[in-house]
Design a binder for this molecule. Sequence first.
Ligand code: MG
Ligand code: ZN
Length: 223
Amino acid sequence: MKIIQPREGETFDIELEESLLSKNRELADNNRKILDENEIIAIDVMGSIGSGKTSLIKNLIKGLKAGHRIGVIAGDLTTEIDAERLREGSTQVLQVNTGKECHLDANLIKRALENIKLKEIDILFIENVGNLICPAEFPLGAHKRLVVISVTEGPYMVVKHPFIFREADIVVINKIDLQVQMGVSAAKLKEDVLKINKKAKVVLTNCVTGEGVKEIIKCMNFQ
Ligand code: MG
Ligand code: ZN
């Protein structure tokens, strides 16, 4: 089959993009410093719309031992639906609306951190905008990057998004109770992830029953 790919330098915005990405990395390093100084562990939660990011964060909040003070930054284009859903069990929830932007970036997180009482939280969940493409290129400064996919998204979600899975520390395969109905194998998706990223921890979950959630908490090693 004939395949057309961009030649070197052919993409219009390539130079702009490189300086933008390096600026983002700088800001991400700075965010990490701020988090470390305040003894906060931050998790960047990425995944498509409908993969179950918010449900997963809700489950993680519920599953964490008492005594953790939890903050959430909810990224979304325009709505506050997820921030509202995450209010229960969290100490502080902050909504970041990105407008037309399809990912959070380190500058938005810097501004968000300026609006959170950092001394009052120990764990920060950052729900990224629902998208499996560009969040991969925009580290935020979080300690761990977690990607959620669910079997309802079909069998090709991993192989079609290699970049984000390469960046992930933890990959959650969600809605495993629907494997038969969807004709999609969670074991095969896990295999696909490990082919791209041998070091990723892959956990199978059902966020309705809470199955698998404890295992994710173990992978995060917060104590
Ligand atoms: Mg959500
Ligand atoms: Zn984007």
